[in-house]
Design a protein around this ligand. Structure first.
Ligand SMILES: Cc1cc2nc3c(=O)[nH]c(=O)nc-3n(C[C@H](O)[C@H](O)[C@H](O)COP(=O)(O)OP(=O)(O)OC[C@H]3O[C@@H](n4cnc5c(N)ncnc54)[C@H](O)[C@@H]3O)c2cc1C
Length: 418
């Protein structure tokens, strides 16, 4: 009988595992709750109207159409039955496994304030990105309609909570939109009066970067008209605004870019987890008491060189490749590979449309040249020639014309519906 490998999650880690098992002779089942693989690092560009959804997501079936050894299932996993060696789907189906790979990623965490989510959506899925885009564009439209100045200012206030790379990238493009692109299109108000706030509880923005690059980014954002507020957590959040440092700020659009929580894999396995819910795995990425179950990517707490591996795309991909190697070694009776070792690929973040900061060990870069390096790196990591060409063309168009083209308001509001 063929060895059955079930992979849950077709994100960076799960997909890379499947790619690494090519030619293994295993019977592979890849289960995901969505029908597409998503390039999350560019989600903010969908949310801020630079790219269309199909530029950064690809149907999983199409990606694996030539892999006869892989069956793709669209389904949400609800549990893992370790006794019967089966994965349990919400639909009631069960899928048996000999080896299980769990790579179900993470969601945003509201630090116990889950009630804030409808008013301050986070950015993790295409739906999140189009919801944020819709709210932002509608806020400008409503601001054009109203004659009440206070209401207009609240509509033109955009608050982003959390100043990691995603928060910084979001405010940079929102500022660009409000201050440079939209003013020519609105008649009854000046979109340059928009207030764009970046609120961070910690002492500085981009905490993973060194202090000088963090300061550079804060200054660059300030020049672009972003108000950077550090050192104060948001203490309340509603559809009408946020409270920071005891002060209520009316804001009709709030975006959450602070904190993540791993998927529920720890509950399915009854496994030990860290504070972010990530399963504590052994050095070969397996669950300590079950060598046939691997947990990878944002769902796993992995230690390499004595430090926890960060929740970033290269780490997830490296773990996927490594897991495939371990499975192949077991099937062919070869010695097990050495423990997983993470290779850091550097920290990157864009600031607005044509500036970025990059840090790789002692190497640092900033400004427009860094933006080009960032752009080339992201184009390189996109899947498929079509996406690379489309994204490169979209950026070129925005760069030359000063127009963000993905600005259609289409879907209904979903988050606030019961
Ligand atoms: C907005 C944003 C910006 C980012 N920017 C960067 C960046 O610039 N650079 C960088 O390196 N990293 C970045 N990251 C982090 C990076 O995207 C993650 O570290 C990476 O996606 C983790 O890969 P993964 O395979 O563990 O999980 P994911 O890529 O999240 O994949 C998880 C998959 O599991 C599926 N799934 C989840 N639960 C279930 C279930 N119950 N049943 C079935 N399927 C399920 C999901 O649908 C998804 O397809 C960013 C993340 C976000 C959200």
């Amino acid at each position: 009988m063929q060895h059955r490998v079930v992979v849950i999650g077709a994100g960076f880690a799960g997909l890379q595992t499947v790619l690494g098992l090519k030619g293994s002779g295993c019977q592979i089942t890849l289960i995901d709750q969505r029908n597409h693989h998503l390039f999350q690092p560019l989600l903010y560009q969908v949310a801020t109207t630079l790219l269309a959804t199909s530029d950064i997501a690809w149907p999983i079936r199409a990606l694996l159409r030539d892999r006869k050894d892989v069956t793709t299932l669209l389904g949400t996993v609800e549990d893992v039955d370790r006794t019967t060696r089966e994965v349990v789907l919400r639909s009631g189906e069960r899928v048996g496994f000999d080896t299980l790979v769990i790579a179900t990623g993470a969601r945003h965490a509201y630090f116990g304030k889950d009630a804030w989510e409808p008013d301050a959506p986070g950015l993790k899925t295409l739906e999140d990105a189009t919801t944020i885009r819709r709210r932002m564009l509608l806020a400008f439209e409503r601001a054009e309609l109203t004659e009440n100045e206070a209401e207009r200012q609240a509509l033109l206030t955009f608050a982003v909570i959390g100043a990691g790379p995603t928060g910084v990238e979001m405010v940079g493009i929102i500022a660009e939109l409000a201050h440079r692109i939209l003013p020519r299109e609105f008649r009854r108000m000046d979109t340059r009066k928009a207030r764009i706030l970046l609120v961070e509880a910690g002492p500085r923005i981009l905490p993973a970067f060194s202090e000088d690059l963090s300061q550079y980014a804060a200054k660059a954002l300030g020049r672009d008209g972003v108000e950077v507020m550090t050192g104060h957590p948001v203490t309340d959040c509603s559809g009408d605004g946020i409270t920071v440092n005891g002060q209520f700020i009316p804001a009709q659009t709030t975006i959450w870019a602070a904190g993540v929580q791993a998927s529920r894999a720890k509950d399915w396995l009854g496994a030990e987890a860290d504070r972010a819910g990530r399963v504590m795995v052994a050095p070969d990425l397996t669950v300590p008491d079950d060598p046939a179950i691997f947990v990878l990517g944002d769902t796993a707490h992995v230690v390499s060189d004595g430090k926890p591996v960060p929740g970033v795309a290269p780490a997830a991909k490296q773990q996927g490749s490594y897991t495939a190697q371990v499975i192949l070694a077991r099937l062919t009776g070869k010695p097990a590979p050495a423990p997983f070792q993470y290779r850091h690929m550097g920290n990157l973040a864009t600031i607005g449309r044509n500036s970025a900061v990059i840090e790789y060990g002692r190497f640092k870069m900033r400004g427009w040249l860094a933006w080009w390096v960032w752009g080339i790196a992201h184009i390189y990591f996109l899947i498929g020639a079509r996406s690379r060409i489309f994204v490169a063309l979209s950026w070129l168009w925005v760069f030359l014309s000063g127009q963000n083209s993905a600005r259609l308001i289409t879907q209904k509001e979903t988050l606030k519906e019961p």
